[in-house]
Design a protein around this ligand. Structure first.
Ligand SMILES: NC(=O)c1ccc[n+]([C@@H]2O[C@H](COP(=O)([O-])OP(=O)(O)OC[C@H]3O[C@@H](n4cnc5c(N)ncnc54)[C@H](O)[C@@H]3O)[C@@H](O)[C@H]2O)c1
Length: 425
């Protein structure tokens, strides 16, 4: 007998929810997106275009959608960071299970409050830690589980945000001002900490961290640079961060912040740059997010780990050392060897390579993780114990604790005892 498709509703129809909706629409036997809420009518129109004509009920806000009762099995929440907890708790109280964008919340106390409420109500919440569903990290995990490098001793991870991406998202963009969103180590790196937590497969016990915002500030502004690139900057022609690049080789970024911007004519983009945050000089913004941070972690099973987040490299890299060998994976090894993963055995020094295939075109978002998450969602929903979902709330609370504790350690110095921190939260 065919299984009934899972029905999905959405709150916040930005780029994330539309990506999941696009993939859900490719799997109509398994998912139906039936309702969507967003105060921006143009975004609701974009959602309508993704699903069969006439099949989507639309609402001007989460509150209006909630007022209509429970409309679907799962509510996808893709509002901005500071507005995750409130709609998630309201949805759970209405009876929804939830697919919640990361971060769970902008501070750990709210993460804990949400977890307690989910437990009290018996709701299933999955967090969009999409990297757990990528072919790359899934392969790394299974190689480690197969004993390819013996017992893991150390994990070193690098998250190279990339200079223009840093400027777009964490200087000019949504996550530049930590006080209005979440700390960099959560906003960008909750994924990386979550992967470290998954690979270490143990409870983190202590965290320390260093980092700062040392480059994207007024001290590094070229002489005479005005507040906006569009105000006649004398160094625009040689500036890597010149906003006019949105008219050329960096135009693809517009798809996430300027609806229709990729297809718009140049004059419309110029006009947008004159007033939007993305037209500002990167050295003259109100940003507070760090452009470098390192986090040290130790786990109950004695694995030690380090994560370096930097604006000044591109892509994620992993080095995992074990009692039987070394696994190198990601961007750095790819640049040097052309392969995604290299495993070198201590025993004979031999190296074997593994390459990851991601389907071209539609499926590459976040290394295949966006599609991977949607492709796994209905299977995950069948697991009897919701905590066993690969990206369950329970597992994500653990990696969020690591991240928020790292931020506390960065700001206050010293080492945070995670056992004590979790209880405090
Ligand atoms: N999982 C990932 O890899 C990943 C990647 C990028 C971003 N994110 C996270 O996803 C979230 C969404 O990011 P985005 O880039 O899609 O954001 P976005 O700003 O493009 O979209 C958010 C949408 O929420 C709408 N909204 C605001 N208030 C609302 C309300 N009361 N009711 C309904 N809708 C409302 C806005 O109008 C907007 O369309 C963020 O928290 C972000 O940190 C996750």
């Amino acid at each position: 007998m065919p299984v009934k498709p899972l029905t999905l509703a959405a709150v916040g129809c930005g780029s994330r929810v539309r990506t999941y909706t696009k993939y859900a629409a490719l799997l109509p036997d398994r998912y139906q997106v039936v309702a969507a809420a967003d105060p921006n009518p143009a975004r609701l129109r974009l959602m309508e275009a993704l699903v069969p004509a006439g099949s989507l009920r639309t609402f001007a806000s989460d509150r209006d959608l909630f007022a209509a009762g429970k409309l679907a099995d799962i509510l996808m929440i893709g509002t901005q960071d500071a507005y995750h907890v409130q709609p998630c708790i309201a949805a759970m109280r209405l009876g929804y299970d939830v697919l919640l964008e990361k971060p769970i919340a902008t501070n750990f106390a709210e993460v804990r409050a949400l977890e307690l409420e989910a437990r009290r109500l018996g709701r299933r919440v999955m967090i969009c830690h999409v990297l757990r569903y990528t072919p790359f990290y899934t392969t790394v995990k299974s190689l480690l589980e197969s004993g390819a490098i013996g017992t893991i001793a150390t994990i070193n991870a690098v998250e190279g945000v990339a200079p223009f991406h840093q400027a777009h998202s964490f200087v000019r963009g949504h996550w530049g001002v930590v006080e209005k969103s979440s700390p960099m180590i959560i906003a960008k790196c909750c994924h990386d900490l979550d992967i470290i937590s998954w690979l270490a497969d143990s409870s983190c016990t202590h965290v320390s961290s260093f980092g700062s915002l040392s480059y994207f500030n007024a001290a590094n502004a070229p002489a005479g640079a005005p507040a906006r690139c569009t105000d006649g900057c004398p160094v625009a022609a040689n500036c890597f961060y010149d906003a006019h690049r949105y008219l050329g080789d960096q135009r693809h970024w517009l798809q996430w912040v300027f609806d229709g911007g990729v297809e718009a004519d140049d004059e419309s983009v110029r006009q947008w740059l004159r007033t939007s945050p993305w037209g500002r000089c990167v050295y003259h913004c109100d940003n507070t997010a760090v452009d470098r941070q390192t986090v040290n972690l130790t786990f109950a099973n004695h694995i030690t780990a380090n994560l370096t987040m930097t604006a000044f490299d591109s892509g994620r890299s992993l080095e995992i050392r074990g009692t039987e060998g070394v696994l190198l994976g990601g961007e750095a090894v790819k640049r040097l060897s052309g392969h995604d993963i290299a495993i070198t055995r201590h025993r004979d020094g031999k190296t074997e390579y593994h390459d990851i295939k991601i389907e071209e075109g539609e499926f590459v978002g976040h290394g295949g993780g966006d599609f991977g998450l949607m492709n796994a969602l209905d299977h995950e929903w069948q697991k009897p114990n919701s905590a066993d979902m690969r990206s369950s709330l329970e597992r994500s609370v653990e990696s969020h604790a690591m991240g928020f504790a790292a931020e506390e350690a960065r700001l206050n110095g010293g080492v945070v005892d995670l056992t004590e921190y979790r209880q405090r939260g």
